[in-house]
Design a protein around this ligand. Structure first.
Ligand code: EPZ
Length: 428
């Protein structure tokens, strides 16, 4: 049985310009949002990644016609006129938990939905209690049977004033999409403030919804009748986590690396940390350049909901800290089990001690190439970066994780001078 892996030679080079793709964590919600407008919506700048292909399949199972268009195939035409089902099968939800994002729009359009309960994943149990509590406040009744969640709205959807325990991205998005057709006003307090929430709200408003305050912790929605929502054309924002990953690569090797197609305001905290660790940062309207001519300095990092430090860049910054001159403390406050990357990096010679949700990282002189395994898509991307500056060869396994969220990761790294390739090897 053969396995595809990524082989990296530690040539310590990463410099040049790279175009980031559309944001995975936005496009995966923009697609189901199109369910709210009966007809043909057009979504541009959709990345070629496996999570998107799964969401395309989810939409087709619901009866939508989904096809790629545009000279580069990054435009999706989603025609939801014929959507007549509201059930999402287990095998798709188990493949990708983000499928739960169909819950809100299906309820907003049909007043009903049947979605397989998502399982956990490597980084945590990933419960959806806040999604359910928020939707129940809007008048949704849930019944859990045979692993499926059956949502109904016997008295219809009505506005509510909801306060989230935690600014959950997914819960905010599901409530936002259902609230668009709820009777009356909905206020979501302690809402998530990620840039992808703003992107979703902009698309919903282009469809005729009335959403205000997205990007702040208080979002207001004036519900409109479901048949007043219409299809639209929308362009996905750039992927801030992909951009941050390449910027860390530039910080690691010295760069300079310039990422294009990203609003620098999405990465304010990460850029502050890169500067504190010894990098020079330049930014323009839709590009960011990083270079490092000084030794890497240690940093203390706390992952938090946006605008705090993004948990999706935690592994990449742990790699920087592993080679810094001194001791860094990294605290993971968002997920309960997102330090598996540390044990893989330790196999390459990193010195990291985990205490509950803190990681104490003692910088070392260098890392050694080794066989390592991706535990989630961000850890996998960071392991490839580690291989670029390690002595010798690194072989990264389980690269399916990387393909879920990074379009042509190897191709983009090669374009920046990295000595990296994908190849099939016999397993075992
Ligand atoms: C989104 O996940 C992203 N995924 C994640 O990106 C990202 O890490 C996360 O937001 C935080 O920014 C997508 O957008 C597809 P949450 P989501 O709801 O919506 C707990 C990547 O690498 N929680 O904000 O699932 C939850 O367990 C991925 O691209 C509840 O307890 O994140 C977690 O500990 C990884 N109950 C925390 O809140 C709930 O009902 C944050 O979760 C919901 C969440």
């Amino acid at each position: 049985m053969s396995e595809e892996i990524i082989i990296v030679e530690g040539n310590g080079t990463l410099q040049g310009d790279v175009q980031v793709s559309g944001a995975k964590n936005s496009a995966l919600k923009l697609m189901p949002a199109a369910l709210l407008g009966r007809g043909r919506s057009v979504i541009h700048n959709v990345p070629h990644i496996s999570d998107i292909f799964v969401m395309e399949e989810v939409m087709r199972r619901l009866g939508a016609d989904v096809r790629r268009d545009g000279h580069d195939g990054r435009t999706l035409i989603v025609d939801t006129a014929q959507v007549d089902k509201f059930e999402t099968p287990y095998e798709l939800v188990s493949k990708m938990r983000a499928s739960i994002s169909v819950l809100g729009p299906l309820i907003g359009r049909f007043g009903e939905a049947r979605v397989a309960m998502p399982g956990g994943c490597q980084i945590g149990a990933r419960p959806i209690d806040m999604h359910l509590i928020g939707l129940e406040a809007l008048g949704v009744h849930f019944e859990m049977k045979h692993g499926f969640l059956h949502a109904t709205t016997p008295e219809g959807l009505h506005g509510a004033d909801i306060v989230l325990d935690f600014p959950s991205v997914g819960a905010t998005e599901n409530m936002l999409m259902a609230a668009c057709t709820a009777k009356g006003r909905t206020i979501i307090e302690n809402a998530a403030r990620e840039p992808e929430i703003v992107d979703l709200a902009n698309m919903l408003n282009a469809m005729g919804a009335q959403v205000k305050g997205a990007g702040t912790s208080i979002i207001e929605v004036e519900g409109v009748p479901s048949d007043q929502l219409h299809p639209c054309e929308h362009t996905t924002v750039g992927d801030r986590i992909e951009a941050g990953t390449f910027l860390v690569g530039g910080a690691l090797t010295g760069g300079p690396v310039t990422v294009h197609g990203i609003d620098p305001s999405y990465l304010r905290m990460a850029l502050m940390k890169l500067s504190a660790m010894g990098c020079d940062i330049e930014r323009g309207e839709d590009w960011i350049r990083v270079e490092r001519t000084r030794p890497l300095a240690p940093a203390d990092i706390q992952t938090l909901p946006h605008p705090g430090f993004p948990t999706d860049l935690q592994a990449q910054f742990m790699l920087l800290a592993a080679l810094a001159d001194g001791t860094s403390v990294i605290t993971e406050n968002v997920f309960e089990n997102r330090f598996m990357f540390a044990s893989e990096l330790a196999r390459m010679g990193a010195d990291i001690a985990i205490e509950d949700h803190h990681a104490l990282v003692e910088g070392v002189e260098s890392l050694q190439g080794a066989d390592v395994s991706s535990t989630d898509l961000r850890a996998g991307a960071a392991l490839v970066l580690a291989g670029m500056v390690a002595d010798g060869q690194t072989r990264v396994h389980n690269i399916g994780h990387i393909d879920r969220g990074y379009e042509d990761y190897v191709g983009k790294l090669r374009g920046l001078g990295a000595c990296v390739e994908r190849c099939s090897v016999d397993e075992g």
